[in-house]
Design a binder for this molecule. Structure first.
Ligand code: AMP
Length: 192
């Protein structure tokens, strides 16, 4: 099964992915995590991505499609969560083509809906609790930029996936455990 977790930065995609990993044994593929690892390892990809990420911008579609293709090809029939991918229409259509060629398909797209003001408050609380920004792109200024890009480039995927009947939209403003339960119920329906 291939599940896409969809939503703005800070909506809780990573946390819910971990929940799904524990609960159902999903493999969590986060393009953000892959890029951060590449930055840490100072690979050519990391060197290219570092300043783009710090500025809250998007790494180019071709690079991202290449990364995902390599991963998916090596994963066979595992249950997979895509977190942070696709993020543009080009990535979404590229993913669809790639999966068709591999005889695979997307089973579900779960959107976590959280409004911008709540995301800013969440980040401010995180910074308050930890004393400083945890990551270079985890500042209120960068979050604003990332949200702008999310609304311009990523949010148009919502009607795209809705039209194909794959989208389930959940209220991501609820407490974490409630969001987890809502996701769990949906996945159980799919597995039945
Ligand atoms: P994330 O952890 O998913 O919020 O990603 C952190 C950063 O990595 C993003 O702000 C982008 O700079 C980059 N990134 C992650 N996934 C993608 C993607 N699918 N397309 C382009 N850039 C991405």
């Amino acid at each position: 099964m291939i599940l896409i977790l969809f939503g703005p930065p800070g909506a809780g995609k990573g946390t819910q992915s971990q929940f799904l990993q524990r609960e159902f044994g999903f493999v969590h593929l986060s393009t953000g995590d892959m890029l951060r690892q590449a930055v840490k390892d100072k690979t050519p990809l990391g060197q290219k991505a570092e300043s783009i990420m710090a500025a809250g911008k998007l790494v180019d579609d071709e690079t991202m499609l290449g990364i995902i293709k390599e991963k998916l090809q090596s994963m066979d029939d595992k249950n997979i969560i895509l977190d942070g991918f696709p993020r543009t229409m080009k990535q979404a259509t590229g993913l669809a083509e790639m999966l068709a060629a591999m005889n695979k398909k997307i089973d579900r797209v779960i959107e976590l809906r959280v409004d911008d003001a709540a995301l800013v408050t969440r980040l401010e609380n995180r910074i308050k609790n930890s004393g400083a920004a945890v990551r270079a792109d985890d500042t209120p200024e960068t979050l604003m930029k990332r949200l702008k890009i999310y609304h311009a480039d990523t949010a148009p995927l919502i009607p795209f996936y809705q039209a194909s009947g794959l989208l389930v939209s959940l209220d991501g403003m609820q407490p974490l455990a409630q969001v987890s339960q809502a996701i769990k119920q949906d996945i159980e329906k799919l597995l039945r």
